[in-house]
Design a protein around this ligand. Sequence first.
Ligand code: SF4
Length: 372
Amino acid sequence: MKFTPAKPSLHGETLDSLGARLAEAGEPAYRARQILGWLYKKRAASWDEMTNLPRPLRAWLAETFDLESTSLVLGRQSEDVTDKLLLELRDLSLIETVIIRAPQEGVGLDQSRKTICISTQVGCAMGCVFCASGLAGLKRDLSAGEIVHQLVQVCRREDAHTPRARAELASFDNIVVMGMGEPLHNYENLLRALTILNAEWGLGFGARRITLSTSGLVPKILQLADEAAGFRLAISLHGATNEVRGQIMPINKRWPLEELLPAVRTFSDKHGRMVTLEFILIEGVNDMLDQAAKLRDIAGDLHAHVNLIPYNTVEGLPWKCPSLTRQQNFMAVLQERGVSVTLRREKGRDIDAACGQLRLKTERDRAASPAA
Ligand code: SF4
């Protein structure tokens, strides 16, 4: 379950931790900022690019740290606005990172607003029955460096399309931690990674533009409520009663709604921010109007925003997406009472956009032809 790489990822180091390692090696403190500048401002992909570092220091860095903890196996662009990166880790595990573009009038797709969806684990232990990522269980947590490196890969890719972005800190607008894995199940590594993304010596990416999504780990939601970092929170609700939620999300048995909802309230009270309730609409499972009415009451009570997501079918699983009429009828029940709600357009169906699908397919292909 735990993977110990031959060398730690340099992208998992903070200014302080790198400074301490350099001090042990007899290097001056200012070198830490120089090195981090190469990582996050110039997106260096090789030690040789770090031309203002003396050769012996570059050699020490190469012996001590891993510069590329993920490598791009596949970058697939869908016919719509979604771009999916399949990344390989040092132990040959696969993870997914997704770029979602929001088309804007009069602006080309390259210039449009971009949200990056990142993964935090290889597989997932939560076992939501509709999800491709949870099908084979949890393989391992990602290190902080592997989490950060996903964003560096995205920056490099986006820099190539939009040279203007090179001068900026990050070439995207929002980060959602909603990819493979339960983010709060890998809490320490995730928080370290987000600290690096947020820091002025890192990507300088504002905490308010980072949303953490959880299936409902109540103790960790409460712990996050005590952090001063200011990240946004989304809850994968997917059922408005214990009966329905419990059928599709095993975590509901451990932390049912009567424990989850007060924890969400604690978070939003402490941070003064609207929480988002994610609700994947699955035909015949949770798309009934009585679920809509219950969801409306929960959202109204929490002053939460609701994001309705039509189910993206997963090969080998029986669940289906409701018709557009059913989706709209469901949404109308929430709108009637003034609940803030959006119905997401399906994105990336042609590139296996449902969480974990591209990875699953590639792993199956690899198993079928191991020499490939
Ligand atoms: S939906 Fe999220 S929490 Fe549930 S199994 Fe999939 S990745 Fe894990």
